[in-house]
Structures are given as C-alpha cells and as structure tokens.
Write a protein that binds this ligand. Structure first.
Ligand code: NDP
Length: 453
C-alpha cells in the first residue's frame, strides 16, 4: 500500500452528481479527485436517461412513418424494416462521445480521475487498489442499481442495464413493474415491433402520479397494443430452450423471449465500508444525511440516488451545486425539493409538476380542477387514434396553480416552462392572462376556462 497526496475533496462516483460536484469544487480552487470503477457519466449517460431517450426516438419513428400517409407521403409499411443492431451501435457511439466529454470536462477543471473501486478507510482516507489517498472531505455519489425480486428462475431476468446492449430483439417481451422504467421500456419495445406485456402488482401502474394521468396513460398504451396486466406478479420463471415460461400469481403462464424487471433501484453502497465507520443507512438502504448532505461522520457527505431523494439527474446536479458552495464557497445555500418537474418518456409522454389532485386534497386544499382532452392537431390528417390530456390543479381560495399534468406529445418539453410558473407561485388568473401560442397543444394550458370539479 502506498500513500498519496492530500486532496481537499475525493468524490466517489463519476455520475451526474459526482462530476458536477468535482468540477464546481475544482473551479472554486479545491484539489479534487473523483474515483470511478465503471464509466464516466454514471447511470444517466450510460444506462439511463440518455440512451433511453435515444431508444424512445427510435421507437417513435414507427408512428411517424405510419402518420406520413395522411400527409401524402407514400411509405409502404409492409416494406419497412428496422435494424436493432444499427440503433444500438449508433447509440453506443454517442455514449462514447459523451464519455469523452465528461472526461475532458473533469480534466479541464483540474480534477484527477482515479480509475478503480473505492473504499473508505477512515474519515479522511480513501483506498483504491493498493493506493491510499488522504483528503479533507469525502463525498459518496455512487448512485443506485436495479433490484430484481427473488423468484425462482431470476437468473434469466434482465434489467435496464442489459436492455441497452441486447444483441437482438425478441418477438415477445415481458416487462415486470409499473414505474418509470417499466412504462418507458414497454413503449420502446412495442414501438420497435416487439409484442409486449407489462405486469404490475397493483390496481393501476405509475403509483404517485395523478390518477387521471395514470388512467389516461393506461388507455393510450393499450391503444398502442401493449398488453397491460394489473394485480398480477411473477411467481417463477422456467427456461425452455431459448424461451421462457413465466408463471404468474393468477395461475396463468406466459411464453416469452425476454423478461425484464423494472422493479426499483437500491442504493449502491457495496464495499464502501460505510457501516464500519458508523454511517447510518435507513430502512431502504439509503445513506442518511442531514439537510446539507452531511452523514454522521462530519467529513463524509453523500448526494444523488444513494441518499434516496428523487432519483433524477437534475436533482443530483442541484444537490452538487449546493454542496460545493457549502464546502468551498460562501457556505450558504440549501436544496428546495418543492415542485420538481418530471417527465416519463412512455408513449405518449407524461409531464408533471407540483401536486397531484390526490396530494392536494390530502393536504386539505379546496380545489378547482381544470381538464382538457383532445386529439393533437398532427393526428387529424394522419387519423391516428391518440389523444392528449392536460390538467391543472388550482387552490380555490388563493387561486394558485398547485399542479400541472399532461399526457401527450412533447409533454416533457411543455412541462419545463410550466414548472417556472408554478415555482414562481403563478395563479390561475395569471395563466388566463397569458396569451397562447397558436396552434399548439401547449396553449390549452392557458385557455382552460371552466373547472370540471
Ligand atoms: P420505481 O420505483 O419508479 O418503480 C418500481 C416499480 O416496481 C413499481 O411499480 C413497484 O410497484 C414495482 N415493484 C417494486 N418491487 C416489486 C416487487 N418485489 N414485485 C413486483 N413489483 C415490484 O422504479 P424504476 O425502477 O422504474 O425507476 C427508478 C427511479 O429512476 C424512478 O423512481 C425515477 O426516479 C428514476 N427514473 C426517472 C426517469 C425519468 O426521469 N424519465 C426514467 C427512469 C427512471 P409499487 O408501485 O406497487 O411499489
């Protein structure tokens, strides 16, 4: 074991939060190293947001080709073919480009990149391989990892990690789970021509989203031919040659070529030695930190997916900005977790910000609910049977817009702007006083006049 120079900060994990913290802190003059055992950019860049969105674009091309006919284009749909290896190879090339950018961003900021698996020896020492590094501060930004429930035959179950590198697409796939990743992958697979079944253990998937949004998404996904099965789960899986027999809790069986679990993610803390140092993990296995990301050991902090706050890249980035400022800036700043906008890139997309109707009622607000449902203009000529839903949750006493929710094309793009208004505390009267942009779907958000409830 050899000892190495002193750092001001060692960040463990070069994902979204870790890279941002390292760069910002180095730019403030700190001597910073980041330790990474896999890939630069973490889940988001390599096996999450970025490749997922590229696959979503790829899957949507099928609808665009079908829609072309109504606009006069002759696209012989019986002669259209799709080559999965091309999509994967092009996606891989783009991810490699982004990996390079992340490396250069760190190097240009003067951050040392240490390749290997880190463990924390004591409050100020990190060990990587046979090297020991001393440091004033340590930040754990190791992210999360997919969890596969313990059922007989689980060895054959894939997670999102492997789905990004599948050598070929099956004819039929089973997606297990009803959260973000399950509905996004069900949309991708179905769009790429795979007969897809989604299994969810509860009454209705997307728990935590507004109930209208959940029901509407169900309706639109069914229209796309996705077999949604609720109140059912997987009991066991048997391998039969290149196929699988999935035994369900309702006594039925499914024959399929692929089973993917999207049943949640756990904090990735293996081998770090946190509990040996007395750092507390909560019941769900996340690192316990205070409002300023400090663990029970004052020199060790943690941020991002590993602390169990909303598992979203922009949240980890914002946390990194706060922590860097506190450690190496003016010592001020704190996170504001209110009105975090988010999108689910199922097809059609979901965009949401602020309170759901259920959360607002639960919190005791007397509400006015505005809802608009329509066929997006693009689909009038193409004849596509796809609809769009928009909803505003308004406090009846203050007139404040508490939440905005949408299912439809470009929901993520539209919701980002609404998030600014909701964050600023906009009232329904201010939405009404805003001139619409015509003709767009987004203008519906400023033209809903009559409450439906
Ligand atoms: P989620 O926590 O969103 O969903 C997990 C799903 O699996 C839920 O439907 C849950 O059911 C179900 N489930 C959990 N355990 C079991 C079990 N033992 N048996 C059967 N079903 C089970 O996790 P994801 O993996 O989808 O995503 C993780 C996180 O990543 C998300 O919460 C999100 O923060 C982030 N993410 C964000 C994206 C975006 O911004 N677009 C995209 C992808 C991920 P139940 O509801 O009943 O608990």
């Amino acid at each position: 074991m050899s000892d190495s120079q002193d750092f001001d900060l060692i960040v463990i994990g070069a994902g979204s939060g870790g890279v941002r913290l390292a760069r910002m802190s180095a730019q403030r003059g700190a001597r910073v190293a980041v330790v990474e055992s896999r890939y630069l950019g973490g889940t988001c860049v390599n096996v999450g947001c970025v490749p997922k969105k590229l696959f979503v674009y790829g899957a949507h091309v099928h609808d665009d080709l079908e829609d072309a006919a109504g606009y006069g284009w002759r696209v012989p749909m019986d002669d259209v073919s799709f080559d999965w290896p091309t999509l994967v190879a092009n996606k891989n090339a783009e991810i490699e480009r982004l990996n390079g950018i992340y490396g250069r961003l760190l190097e240009n900021a003067g951050v040392e990149i240490i390749r290997g698996t880190a463990s924390i020896q004591d409050a100020n020492t990190v060990v990587v391989g046979d090297q020991r590094y001393s440091t004033k501060h340590i930040t754990v930004a190791t992210g999360s990892w997919p969890v596969v429930p313990d059922v007989p035959g689980k060895e054959c179950i894939l997670t999102s990690n492997e789905m990004f590198y599948l050598p070929q697409l099956p004819r039929h796939a089973v997606v297990w789970g009803g959260g973000y990743i399950a509905v996004e992958f069900a949309g991708i697979l179905a769009g790429l021509g795979v007969k897809t079944t989604l299994l969810y253990r509860g009454d209705l998937f997307l728990r935590g989203f507004d109930d209208d949004i959940r029901r509407f998404t169900e309706q639109e996904m069914r229209k796309k031919g996705i077999d949604l099965q609720f109140n059912v789960t997987i009991e066991s899986i048997e391998t039969e040659g290149a196929h699988y027999q999935v035994n369900l809790s309702n006594g039925e069986q499914l024959e399929t070529g692929l089973v993917m679990a999207a049943t949640g993610r756990r904090a990735l803390v293996d081998g770090l030695g946190l509990t040996d140092l007395g750092i507390e993990l909560n019941a769900s296995g996340h690192v316990v930190v205070d409002d300023y990301f400090q663990t029970s050991v004052p020199s060790i902090s943690a941020l991002g997916d590993v602390i169990g706050t909303p598992q979203l890249t922009p949240v980890a980035l914002a946390q990194a900005m706060v922590l860097s400022r506190r450690l190496f800036g003016d010592g001020q700043g704190e996170m504001d977790y209110s009105a975090i906008p988010t999108a689910v890139f199922c097809q059609p997309n979901i965009g949401t910000v602020g309170l759901t109707e259920e959360q607002a009622r639960e919190a005791g607000h007397k509400l006015r609910i505005y809802r608009s449902e329509f066929r997006p203009m693009k689909y009038t000529l193409s004849g596509r049977d796809e609809r769009c839903l928009m909803k505003l949750v308004v406090d009846d006493q203050t007139d404040k817009v508490l939440g905005a929710h949408m299912v439809g094309p470009d929901a993520g793009e539209i919701t980002q702007g609404l998030a600014v208004a909701i964050k600023a505390g906009a009232t329904k009267a201010q939405f009404d006083a805003t001139i619409g942009i015509h003709p767009t779907s987004a203008e519906e958000f400023v033209t809903m006049r009559e409450p439906v409830a």
